[in-house]
Design a protein around this ligand. Sequence first.
Ligand code: F6P
Length: 326
Amino acid sequence: MGKIRKIGVLTSGGDAPGMNAAIRGVTRTAIFNGLEVVGIGHGYQGLIEGIFRPLVASSVSDIIQRGGTILKTARCEEFRTPEGRLKAFNNLRNQQIDGVVVIGGDGSFTGARIFNEEYDLPFVGIPGTIDNDIYGTDYTIGYDTALNTVVEAVDKIRDTASAHNRMFFVEVMGAEAGFIALYSGIATGAEAIIIPEVKGEARNLKKMLENGNTRAKSSNIIIVAEGDEDGGAIGIAKKVKDEFKDYDIRVSVLGHLQRGGSPSAIDRVNASRLGHAAVEALIDDQKSVMVGLANGEIVLVPFRKAVKLHKDVDHTLVDLARVLSV
Ligand code: F6P
């Protein structure tokens, strides 16, 4: 074993279903390897305020199936400041913590990267966000569950849309990225999908409405990613309504229900794998890296790359969605 004897684990940023499975994976792997584990509450805020509690094997019993995060989470402004990071470092030193596993998104990894430039105390990241928008990993914890939640919701909306011959604009989460929108759109047979990665989709939608195909259908579902440039589902629906007055239009913004619920089997298994890999990385003296999954295999990606480079959607899927929605 290297110099790591005691590790900390925290969740940061927006919660995602499967974070608990990752906390369990980290805790049990650490204990298996003879390490002590400390749970840090409320993300980086807890590092700064010293919210620490020891985790033993039974601390993570009965959590693999639960959404949210038992450690709580936060978006912490203070960790962006040198003073905040110094407080965090001092608390870690006082607790004799030799390494930290951060479960979160790119904002959380940006903080971890800066901390690791300033202090010789290794941080390793696990991608946890429903948005699936982190470079270097095909997968982020919570994305699969959120996607299935959206599909279930849109299937229900389809029933009522068909019953009334209506057009629905459904807004989904994803921050600046369109992964949830694109995949849920294909999975629900959406008539159109509007995502930030494809410019001018709102104009294409207009053409589609003009050519009349949509009128022949008993229902139309347009999935809109919240990060789209055209003003989200409400903004686009308003423009369409102004121009195509004969359409019976409704809007549904799915919101935070996409973040909750019991994680899918895929999220539980992947989160367990990533939790295990993060502890192994710390034992192997890695620092300032994220553990990810690429082509089904565990990979290590420097924070520097994970936060700087842009992960694009697969544009062949954009084409596929167009073909299948004629
Ligand atoms: O990053 C996860 C996410 O749910 C995004 O999809 C969304 O834009 C954002 O968090 C919402 O954040 P908050 O819960 O802070 O409003």
